[in-house]
Ligand binder design. Structure first.
Ligand SMILES: C[S@@+](CC[C@H](N)C(=O)[O-])C[C@H]1O[C@@H](n2cnc3c(N)ncnc32)[C@H](O)[C@@H]1O
Length: 344
């Protein structure tokens, strides 16, 4: 059984990963790809203390220009930058329906904050009631609950625009949504890292962290992506295909009948069989151009069917390539196949 000390340590570790606050610029950059999609809609942020959330601030400030009908936000008890429920264990919420007209009066700290009767968990009955009133959910949810969070929104059939780690694409419940074209990566982040505000007590040991003159702390996080089911107004960009297939340059995996394409830009234009590509392929995925067959996690056949134990690196299911010196275990791959030419 876990001791109370190790439970406290685990809780602190989880909170450390979950308490990252999104910058206004990030939200602005992504929302700009979906003009018109917020018109007449109720937008809900269910992991956002409205007293300081930049999501609430952004949508309040742009309420009239985006044509939003109603804004709802609820925050969890442990959100440590807010002035909400941290002291009494209760969550907080707020709404904005466009009055007062001047959104400047809605700057954080000036919104009328109401107390929930529970902790503000997005799965609580109170939060679900607010969710049911919403059309679109936009937020950065807790990383440690991403899987469950996605299930909750899909179960309630919501439009969504949420931040997460790109690897969440490989989660058992998330990957099928990408495969069925029910979810995809957003448009504004395709590489690099992004800066997030962290709690005042966050230890700034890493080289990727800083403190501003006001004492606010920030860290840079790699692999961040938007996940959404909103169709960008300019559509999907697709991959421009310039390379030609050769069996030498595109070897087949040892434990699955697909070829390895280690960079998205190297996908051959004249190959219609199955290909393994890195997860970052999804940054350019256009459902009219490719089918998603599966992931190496689910498709890789056991290596002991193909090689002597001890001759290859063990681990969970992955694809392997034959090399001069033995077998190379690949990073997670997505298996794709070109759609017939005429579907483009
Ligand atoms: C990654 S932070 C992002 C906060 C805010 N959405 C933003 O982007 O600035 C995730 C937030 O979810 C809150 N949270 C943690 N568990 C939660 C839960 N079960 N239900 C709702 N919110 C939760 C955390 O306290 C934290 O404030």
């Amino acid at each position: 059984m876990q001791s109370s000390r190790s439970r406290a340590f685990q809780a602190a570790k989880t909170a450390k990963k979950d308490e990252f606050y999104t910058r206004l610029e990030e939200i602005e950059a992504e929302v700009s790809f979906y003009p018109g999609q917020f018109v007449g809609k109720t937008v809900y942020m269910n992991c956002d203390d409205p007293s300081h959330s930049n999501f609430f601030r952004f949508f309040a400030n742009n309420f009239h220009s985006l044509g939003i009908k109603r804004l709802l936000a609820s925050g969890f008890k442990v959100d440590c930058r807010g002035n909400g429920g941290a002291s009494n264990g209760l969550g907080v919420w707020a709404e904005y329906t466009g009055i007062p007209q001047d959104p400047k009066s809605l700057l954080p700290g000036q919104v009328e904050l109401r107390t929930l009767s529970g902790d503000g968990d997005f799965r609580s009955a109170e939060a679900i009631r607010l969710l049911e009133e919403a059309d679109i959910v936009v937020t950065n949810p807790p990383f440690s609950l991403f899987s469950e969070y996605v299930n909750c929104l899909m179960d309630h059939d919501k439009e969504l625009l949420i931040l997460g780690n790109m690897n969440a694409l490989t989660y058992r419940n998330v990957f099928p949504l990408f495969q069925q074209d029910l979810l995809w990566y957003g448009k504004s982040i395709h590489s690099g890292d992004r800066e997030f505000l962290v709690p005042f007590n966050y230890p700034l040991e890493a080289a990727n962290s800083r403190m501003d003159d006001a004492g606010n702390k920030y860290i840079r996080v790699k692999g961040v992506r938007w996940f959404t089911n909103l169709v960008p107004s300019e559509g999907f960009e697709g991959v421009s295909l310039t390379k030609e297939f050769s069996a030498q340059q595109y070897p087949q995996y040892v434990n699955y009948p697909a070829i390895e394409v280690s960079r998205t830009r190297d996908i051959p234009r004249d190959y219609y069989g199955e290909m393994g590509v890195p997860i970052s392929f999804m940054d350019h995925y256009d459902p009219r151009q490719f089918n998603i067959i599966g992931s190496s996690k689910e498709l890789a056949l056991p290596m002991d069917n193909f090689a002597e134990p001890g001759t290859y690196q063990n681990g969970g299911p992955r694809f392997y390539l034959h090399t001069n010196t033995g077998f190379r275990r690949m990073y997670e791959r997505i298996v794709i196949k070109r759609r017939p030419k005429d579907s483009m």
